[in-house]
Design a binder for this molecule. Structure first.
Ligand SMILES: [Zn+2]
Length: 403
């Protein structure tokens, strides 16, 4: 007798592009008459809204730092955040690149001679070369090529953030972030339009008039990640010493609440698996795609960061509709790095940065093909599941409730 395995879709089933019904679930799974407020908030995330925000970011091409298109993108992001009711501020700094163009560059492959990937993980399986495209002629879309043509120049830079002030503990906060700059002559749709849109969507939902949080949340869109996280470093340099100080005295206002944790989002959508033996990448999202939550085991805050990672993994287990989360210990090469010895810091990604993205699992990475049209709804849905993960995790950590 043939044992025929009947394929059963248990829940979500991204492959069949089922539309989740979070509002109904909110009542069905809460076990009481009152809906679980966090489930209601997660239900306010929407695939089409997420896609529209990624699309909005791609109108500024690769948003390379030090260009007019980058400055226009900062303005656009700020206008969106304000329209959500999230008050914005900017951090201003200066960027003078190192004489060696490769110094401080995010990316690269490996830690010379150790056999280990960046971040300390051990690579396995097939790998294909990675790098940053610098050839405009590799962009076949003439309009996009023209949009990306202005070169970067050294000088003043700005980044924008907005803040949801906590009702009972305004003096403490979590930082939820992504980076809005990109490069490679595409649209930086995945790196890091996908993380930027995620952060903006969370700012929208937490800023709704009926949402109250006990603690503060800051939504930050770093600039200059691709050149070595100079935006995040400027934020730390300018604001670290201000933490927890009431200003003006007895005002109840805390311009820089104490940092409880930092959650970075960088490349959220493409998990098609390892390169095949012939060097190609599978065309479809792999069925076992996941959200990778990484902390850095060789950081001063490794224990606390790991705890934060597991808090988000548990939130994913409870609230994410389609894709699970996996915790890894080799966080690297993104804006959570400058925070990792100071406070609990983690990154969420489509894959592990060191051993997977670094081994060529994302062929669009820093390439002209990182454009909106490259990605399917399954890819966007992985980004949405990362948004569900951080939204529910941070809602729990900050004591979110609905009025
Ligand atoms: Zn990135």
């Amino acid at each position: 007798m043939r044992s025929l395995a009947r394929v059963v879709c248990i829940v979500g089933c991204a492959a069949s592009a089922l539309v989740a019904a979070p509002t109904a679930q909110a009542f069905a799974q809460s076990g009481s008459d009152a809906p679980d407020p966090i489930r209601v908030m997660v239900g306010r995330l929407d695939l089409e809204k997420y896609k529209a925000t990624v699309k909005g970011l791609t109108q500024f091409g690769d948003r390379r730092q030090g260009t007019d298109r980058n400055r226009a993108a900062v303005d656009w992001i700020e206008a969106q955040l304000r329209s959500y009711g999230c008050p914005t501020e900017r951090v201003k700094y200066n960027y003078e690149p190192a004489p060696n163009p490769n110094a401080g560059r995010a990316g690269g492959s490996g830690r010379g001679g150790t056999g280990l990937a960046q971040g300390g993980g051990r690579p396995r399986g097939f790998r294909i070369p990675t790098g940053v495209n610098t050839d405009p002629m590799k962009q076949p879309d003439e309009k996009l090529r023209a949009l990306n043509m202005q070169p970067t120049t050294p000088g003043p830079r700005e980044l924008v953030f907005c803040t949801k002030v906590g009702s009972t503990h305004p003096e403490e906060m979590y930082i939820v972030s992504g980076h809005m700059d990109g490069h490679g002559w595409g649209e930086a749709a995945n790196d890091d339009g996908s993380g930027t849109a995620l952060v903006m969507e969370l700012a929208r939902i937490f800023s709704a008039p009926d949402v109250r949080t006990e603690r503060t949340i800051r939504f930050a869109l770093w600039n200059n990640e691709e050149t070595g996280s100079q935006g995040a470093r400027a934020y730390i340099a300018q604001r670290q010493a201000l933490q927890g100080k009431e200003d003006p005295p007895a005002s109840g206002r805390y311009p820089e609440p104490k940092w409880l944790g930092m959650i970075q989002h960088d490349m959220m959508m493409f998990d098609h698996g390892m390169p095949l033996p012939d060097g190609t990448i599978p065309r479809e999202q792999r069925p076992e795609a996941d959200v990778n939550i990484e902390f850095q085991v060789n950081s001063k805050m490794a224990g606390e960061s790991q705890k934060l990672a597991w808090a988000l993994e548990a939130a994913n287990e409870k609230y994410a509709t389609d894709y699970p989360a996996t915790v890894g210990s080799h966080m690297t090469n993104t804006d959570s790095g400058p925070f990792q010895d100071l406070i609990p810091a983690i990154s969420l990604r489509e894959n592990e940065r060191g051993v997977q993205i670094g081994n060529g699992w994302d062929p669009q990475w820093h390439q002209p093909t990182d454009v909106y049209a490259t990605y399917s709804d399954k890819d966007f849905r992985l980004g949405l599941n990362a948004a569900q993960t951080t939204l529910s995790g941070v809602a729990q950590l900050t004591g979110a409730a609905l009025k």
